[in-house]
Design a protein around this ligand. Sequence first.
Ligand SMILES: CC(C)n1nc(-c2ccc(NC(=O)/C=C/C(=O)c3ccc(F)c(C(F)(F)F)c3)cc2)c2c(N)ncnc21
Length: 284
Amino acid sequence: PQVSSNSKPMHLGMFEIGRPLGKGKFGRVYLAKERKTGFVCALKVLHKNELQTGRVETQLRREVEIQSNLRHPNILRLFGHFHDSKRVFLIIEFAGRGELYKMLRKAGSFSEPRAASYVAQMASALAYLHKKHVIHRDIKPENILVGSHGEIKLSDFGWSVHAPTNRRTTLCGTLDYLPPEMLRGDSHGEKVDLWSLGVLMYEFLVGNAPFEDTPIETQKRIVKLNFKIPDFVSAEAKDLITRLLRLDPEKRLPLDQVAQHPWILKHCSKPQTAREKQRNNHQR
Ligand SMILES: CC(C)n1nc(-c2ccc(NC(=O)/C=C/C(=O)c3ccc(F)c(C(F)(F)F)c3)cc2)c2c(N)ncnc21
């Protein structure tokens, strides 16, 4: 389903505003329905006086440009944006089951099958982004939403940039997910997302991030690769985490091998058709 007019300028009157979905970064988010097509989306409202307008316009145009040609089931879409005198509006794909990090905090940690399913979906989304030379750079539970069929949706591309770059992110958020090369301010490439995927997988299974500590201690532990994986984590899961959390970006397991890792295959093998089962049983 497309948000209708790419031609005519969009304006607020085109949407029926529904319940507030919450406060995102910089602004409030509402459920919204485009009147003409009935298309349901999320509408994020940003107040211009809270944004340094000049840069934002260009940033937003660039974001919408980057994202308008990103089509992947595990990447949340930014359909477009428009503004009135005081506000900027973002039209975003609606994620029916909300925030993954709230589910993680509520559950404490995820089962291995559930975590494997999420890691596989993330690997698929990241492989797609990297093929387009887009690095996300801000992979963490807070930036992952859940669609109405339980599929995960990587979001918040406000910070993605074209590889390679050494532009420092504003270290406003947590340091937990930062790879050593970004902490050192070295130039970095797509493999920063592999590191963050390893941190994410650890947090799914353990319930807290591997280097969680005070900001100073966290940085020390990251550059010294000082983390421990609890014994309740299976050997295969431990193996995948250690192959992603490597100081040398070149040594991190490439995404196509993540998707083929025994831990992923064990939990994510597609349900076999009856015929495949029959054929496999005969072969055995
Ligand atoms: C509250 C709840 C949890 N919630 N929140 C969402 C939601 C999902 C994604 C976004 N995305 C963005 O904000 C993206 C911003 C930018 O790419 C950007 C780029 C350049 C800029 F200058 C800027 C600028 F902000 F600086 F202008 C932004 C926002 C809200 C959501 C949803 N889609 N479905 C269901 N519930 C949902």
